[in-house]
Design a protein around this ligand. Structure first.
Ligand SMILES: *Cc1c(COP(=O)(O)O)cnc(C)c1O
Length: 469
């Protein structure tokens, strides 16, 4: 399997070459040069596999430069009931006829990003050992991504994590999750500023190419193909649990921000998994809903990006979206380069209204939007009618999934986080605190390991240099 850039660069790369990289050299995103099609007999033979074996089968289609036994061992070590809470790893729960929740948030940080990041940690450790190299991961987080990265990389040989976050702006639970880690290779840096300051620092450090090379700076952001590929697996696992034969179809409702999660659903559908429709849910930050309604992709500035009660979906431009546009426009790299490197940069928008009908008909996409009032109502309704407590992001997915559901359609709503991570809104909706998994009892009281620094890239560089000895 070879990988290509969405912007038409002539290079072809193999999986392990793109594993530790971010963007392609032309600024595009990596994608496999074609999607492997899963034949009906193969799909049937996967139906009863345990999750780690299903992961191995799917990953094998995309990775041909890791020996099969090694890849099998990596999958087995990653997807265990001990780490993810149940033998099914991603169990389904029926709410009512035709509406199911798929639990993706029972990993170490209680959000679905663990599903991919835990695999990434093991792949990084394996590949770095094979090369005899080290990697220093530098990131910026306002919550879920940073903690998922730290829990995936803690204790891994050859990897250090330097994670910046805006001082005092994460929820107390999220701060406790990250800052209580005592592993020597995990470094929390609280920046005196806002999330944008953290992102600016990461950009400034990464664009100092000499520093980047000398200290082997890398990232684990959501454009990494390996993360997306890992997420493809749970669409298959959800499908198999919801159906008894491959003649059946299901649809998925996906709370979306950077378009990573739903893009994995798109890849699964392109591989031949019988997915009817992919229902994309946004919150008040509705860049993607606007696109799927009108065909116009209009990114927003940070002053037009709202802080909402589903904060992991507060995005102004969706970093994985380019992958879908590549497929929608018949994989025309030159056209993608024009749209993303010129039109979008010059005008902040592009118009694909001539193509948008195909996004629905050929690719199965539909969308909708959910507001704070919708979240409160959905959380309350789900609790009162089914005794199930859902988080704010999942509520956005459930609200839009129901709104778009057709008669007879089976809708699997992806649960992307547990309610304990967003306790404030749960209390507002239900007047009671969410349940806390036992392993997180009292974490706010644990000793914290964090360094506070001013919003100054130079000071962050000094800190990295001092901890890479
Ligand atoms: C990251 C995240 C999302 C958005 O997922 P994308 O892949 O960025 O679309 C939704 N919900 C939660 C809880 C998240 O952490």
């Amino acid at each position: 399997m070879q990988y290509i850039s969405t912007r038409g660069h002539p290079d072809r790369k193999r999986f392990c070459q793109i594993l530790l990289e971010g963007l392609a050299p032309d600024g595009g995103l990596y994608l496999p040069e074609s999607y492997p099609r899963v034949a009906a007999a193969t799909l049937a033979s996967w139906r009863e596999l345990p999750y780690h074996e299903l992961a191995f089968e799917i990953l094998s289609l995309y990775i041909d430069d890791i020996p099969a036994d090694d890849l099998r061992a990596i999958c087995r070590k990653t997807y265990t009931a001990q780490v993810f809470g149940t033998p099914e790893i991603v169990p389904l729960k029926q709410l009512e006829d035709g509406v199911l929740l798929q639990a993706l948030s029972n990993g170490p940080t209680l959000a679905f990003k663990d599903m991919a990041m835990q695999l990434l940690g093991n792949l990084f450790e394996y590949e770095l050992a094979r090369r005899g190299e080290e990697l220093n991961i530098l990131g910026a987080t306002s919550g879920d991504t940073g903690s998922a990265a730290e829990y995936a990389m803690r204790g891994k040989r050859g990897v250090r994590v330097f994670m910046t976050s805006p001082k005092g702006r994460m929820s107390p639970f999220q701060q406790a999750q990250m800052f209580s880690l005592q592993d020597a290779n995990i470094h929390n840096i609280a920046i005196e500023g806002v999330f944008d300051d953290c992102q600016d620092i990461v950009k400034a450090v990464s664009s100092d190419l000499e520093f980047k090379r000398k200290y082997r700076i890398g990232t684990v952001n959501s454009i990494n193909w390996a993360r997306l590929m890992a997420q493809v697996v749970y669409y298959f696992a959800g499908y198999f649990q919801a159906t008894s034969s491959n003649a059946q179809q299901v649809s998925f409702a996906v709370p979306s921000g950077n378009f990573g999660n739903i893009c994995a659903g798109h890849v699964a559908r392109m591989m031949g998994l019988p997915i009817g429709r992919l229902v994309l849910a946004t919150n008040e930050n509705d860049v993607l809903d606007e696109f799927f309604r009108t065909g116009v992709y209009r990114v927003r500035g940070s002053q037009d990006t709202y802080e909402t009660s589903s904060p992991s979906m507060d995005i102004s431009k969706a970093s994985n979206f380019e992958r879908f546009v590549f497929d929608l426009l018949g994989r025309d790299g030159a056209k993608l380069r024009y749209l993303f490197a010129q039109e979008l940069v010059a005008k902040g928008a592009f118009d694909l209204s001539a193509d948008i009908a195909r996004a629905r008909e050929q690719f199965g996409f539909v969308s909708g939007k959910s507001t704070h009032a919708d979240r409160l109502a959905t959380i309350r309704d789900t609790w009162e009618r089914f005794g199930t407590m859902i988080d704010t992001h999942t509520a956005d997915g459930l609200k839009v999934g129901r709104e778009r559901q057709l008669p007879g359609e089976t809708m699997i709503v992806l649960e992307t986080a547990l309610p304990i991570k967003f306790a404030g809104t749960i209390v507002e909706a239900l007047g009671r605190e969410p349940d806390r998994p036992a392993k997180f009892a009292g974490i706010e009281a644990l000793p914290k390991r964090v360094t506070e620094l001013p919003a100054d890239a130079g000071r962050v560089k000094d800190f990295i240099a001092a901890h890479c000895a």
